[in-house]
Ligand binder design. Structure first.
Ligand SMILES: C[S@@+](CC[C@H](N)C(=O)[O-])C[C@H]1O[C@@H](n2cnc3c(N)ncnc32)[C@H](O)[C@@H]1O
Length: 387
């Protein structure tokens, strides 16, 4: 049985890992049950793929900065369902080096006399530190979220943080004036380095822009993608679409087994990363387009274009109705649906079942130990009568 180390923030009710008190085997049992409850009506899910050592797996931390004792900034995670920041130093989910970099960023802020953003008064400079680490390259990016472009002392902060952590290869200021739960705003300024870090996944090299989506658990991501590629059963002759493609990880992992791959993604920065990643890995048969996946695929269907297989990996809300309609119009013989929410996946599978797509295999993967979330991959095959 996996022994759970003691969490230093446990007593302060940090909302980061609600299942930590449960033995890991019990967590897996509950996630299997959750996957079965929503997805078994379509196809019985295979046994969930868990982690051998389910700690320190996260390659990304979002540390909220708040005024602490004496007005000095503290860094932590919101208490469950509140806006109270629980100071967290040695998070059991985050990569240990990330924990050190968050603390170093906080210490640099104190040295540079930077103030934490006060939510009630709307004053102060630092809202969040978002820290990402490429586990294979060791490169670290720090994104400093501020409520306005005003960042006095930013040069001192960069110098101080770089002196403490030479592995921080890029520092970005992100400006988020909105009073919502969204961490990042849309404007950005690179304060140091290239504005992105690199990492390796599935034997390929990826550059990851500060605002682009990148799976947070690299070990389990390789298992997830292996299941998706296994389900796809590509032979080298197929035209493949990777919808909701992020920085192109699935598309590029599939490119060597397909004739051509097309990635579609809404976030323009992620699309630029995906294009850079194709060049970086000398992959010539991959193309990436920026736009709404549903709208782009609708246009493809109207133009009479064809796809042999569509991977789709939408956000938690699931695929849009426009996307599902476009998929059924494009009518690929197979699709592979990757989801982080079995409830919305079940809703979409129900719709697709009526359009002639049967779920043939489902693989749950535990991407987020100690949280309630589960990821599932589903193979869909179009029945002959629906063609
Ligand atoms: C769960 S992530 C998956 C990314 C990628 N497949 C991966 O494994 O890293 C979902 C992605 O969908 C993108 N997205 C959200 N809405 C979209 C839309 N309507 N059309 C295209 N992409 C969208 C997000 O920006 C994000 O990159």
């Amino acid at each position: 049985m996996t022994k759970t180390p003691d969490c230093p923030a446990k007593k302060q009710r940090c909302g980061g890992c609600p299942l930590l008190a449960l033995p890991y085997e019990e967590q897996l049992r509950q996630k299997q049950e959750l996957s079965d409850r929503f997805l078994a009506p379509f196809c019985k899910p295979a046994p969930i793929l868990g982690m051998e050592t389910p700690f320190h797996y996260r390659n990304k931390a979002i540390a909220t900065v708040a005024p602490g004792p004496g007005g000095k900034p503290v860094c932590g995670i919101y208490e469950s369902r509140t806006h109270r920041v629980v100071p967290v130093r040695d998070c059991l989910l985050q990569d240990s080096r990330i924990n050190e970099v968050v603390e170093a960023a906080r210490a640099a802020a104190v040295r540079c006399r930077l103030s934490a953003f006060d939510e009630d008064r709307g004053t102060g400079v630092l809202r969040h530190f978002v820290v990402r680490r490429g586990v294979h390259t060791g490169e670290v990016s720090v994104t400093v979220v501020t409520p306005s472009p005003f960042f006095p002392g930013s040069r001192d902060f960069v110098r101080s943080l770089r002196a403490a952590c030479p592995d921080v290869t890029t520092i970005v200021q992100n400006i988020n004036p909105r009073r919502t739960s969204a961490v990042l705003g849309s404007a950005e300024k690179v304060l140091y380095g290239k504005g992105f870090i690199e990492d390796e996944l599935c034997g390929l090299r990826f550059s990851i822009a500060a605002r682009a989506f990148y799976q947070v658990n690299p070990l389990q991501t390789e298992k997830l993608y292996a299941a998706a590629l296994d389900f796809a059963g590509l032979t080298g002759a197929e035209r493949v679409i990777d919808a909701y493609c992020g920085i192109g990880t699935i598309a590029l992992a599939a490119a060597g087994r397909a004739k051509a791959v097309l990635g579609v993604e809404l976030n323009s920065e992620a699309v630029r990363s995906a294009q850079r990643n194709a060049r970086r890995n000398e992959i010539k048969n991959a193309d990436f387009l920026c736009g709404d996946a549903g709208e782009l695929m609708t246009r493809m269907a109207e133009d009479g274009e064809k796809a042999d297989l569509v991977f789709f990996d939408p956000p938690r809300e699931g695929a849009s109705r426009t996307f599902l309609e476009a998929l059924t119009r494009l009518a690929p013989p197979k699709a592979v649906y990757i989801s982080c929410n079995p409830e919305t996946q079940a809703r979409d599978l129900e719709y697709l079942a009526h359009q002639g797509y049967a779920a043939r295999r489902i693989q749950p993967v535990d991407m987020f130990p100690h949280t309630r979330h589960v990821e599932t991959v589903c193979l869909l095959v179009k029945s002959k009568k629906g063609l």
